[in-house]
Design a protein around this ligand. Structure first.
Ligand SMILES: [Zn+2]
Length: 89
């Protein structure tokens, strides 16, 4: 994901980010099933979220794309959407 120039960035190390991914068991924080593929900005940069460790969580591609820039966001929203999609297809 391209970072927005104006996004707040408080430096963190790759190791800290990896620890954060490990905290979520290497899984997507939204569906908690799929292995992580993307680093999600929980509060989207476009909604004023910051590129800081506390705002970053591992997510799978499907959940991250479904979440997009929804804010506020609760994981149930995307699980409902995915269920509806599965039923409709
Ligand atoms: Zn997921």
């Amino acid at each position: 994901m391209a970072l927005q120039r104006e996004a707040l960035y408080l430096g963190h190390t790759q190791e800290q980010l990896e620890q954060r991914i490990a905290y979520y068991g290497g899984k997507c924080w939204i569906c908690r099933v799929a292995p992580w593929e993307h680093i999600d900005h929980v509060k989207p940069l476009s909604k004023g979220g910051a590129h800081i460790l506390a705002n970053l969580r591992p997510s799978c591609a499907s959940c991250n794309l479904g979440k997009s820039d929804k804010w506020p966001f609760v994981p149930a929203m995307i699980l409902i959407n995915q269920s509806a999609y599965a039923l409709a297809n």
